[in-house]
Design a protein around this ligand. Sequence first.
Ligand SMILES: Cc1ncc(C[n+]2csc(CCOP(=O)(O)OP(=O)(O)O)c2C)c(N)n1
Ligand code: SF4
Ligand SMILES: [Mg+2]
Length: 286
Amino acid sequence: MATKTPDQYRSPVNPTWCKDCGDYKVLDALTSALAEVGVESHDIVTTAGVGCASRLPFYLNTYGFHTVHGRALPAAIGIKVANRERTVISVGGDGDAFSIGGNHFIHTSRKNPDITYVVMDNEIYGLTKGQNSPTSHEDLLTKINPYQVVEDRINPVLMALSFNTSFIARAFCDETEQLKNIIARAIRHKGFSFVHVLSPCTQYNEKVTYDSLKKRIVALPENHDRQDRLLGMKYAFTQEPLYTGIFYERERPTLLDKLDHIKEMSMAEIGNPKNYNLQDIMKQFE
Ligand SMILES: Cc1ncc(C[n+]2csc(CCOP(=O)(O)OP(=O)(O)O)c2C)c(N)n1
Ligand code: SF4
Ligand SMILES: [Mg+2]
């Protein structure tokens, strides 16, 4: 297999993101990770919902599906089940993933399909010009919450740990080497892998900046036991510092493993399907 370069995974489309948007760095890290893993462009499918972050598949030289808001994951599951050889990657923002699409995040974790989900969290709805998202800080006043934010914020990594997502990591987009390594490992992981990326919006969230994040983040201890979900929760619960790295990583049967098993069991029960007669089945219900 010839060595791949990140450029091979970029489409000719120029991103419409604002200057210095964190998502550029995620795009670079993702293409570098794909080059490292070495998967062919035509074997990759990316899906996204709606938002600035969700525009990412346009900039990739892969198959892509820009779905509707919050529906990147169900589309990805369908694609993986129908095309098991494909590498399937979903991307999106914090609003897309945890607000309108929050429900899918829970149930995708339960199904454990072999797909990777990269969420670019800027703690704001960027595309629609700055409304609070589920990860926004309670002090962030915006046009829709000019006096006080009425909802508590959520903690995506802690949520994923409670859903037993089989690979869970957090990274800062400006730590490009760490982000690339984590995404590459997430892609190689067999099962549902979630990468929570801290990715500033330079237009609509002046509280979450490169400088403020740089001051808050600390890498997880090198000897962190990634199989220990409870320990992962302890680190995820901590907000100061904000830990980065792989919190949890444990493979278990994937959705396709389970579907294959069901198929085997049903085949064993009915024998050769060619000999099976629909009329005989219908008679059971007469
Ligand atoms: C069903 C539906 N509801 C609302 C919208 C409007 N809308 C588009 S993007 C978005 C939020 C995007 O926020 P996020 O996912 O955090 O992405 P960002 O733009 O911050 O990267 C909303 C509410 C929509 N497109 N469709
Ligand atoms: S509005 Fe924010 S999230 Fe959207 S492209 Fe601009 S900087 Fe990035
Ligand atoms: Mg956002």
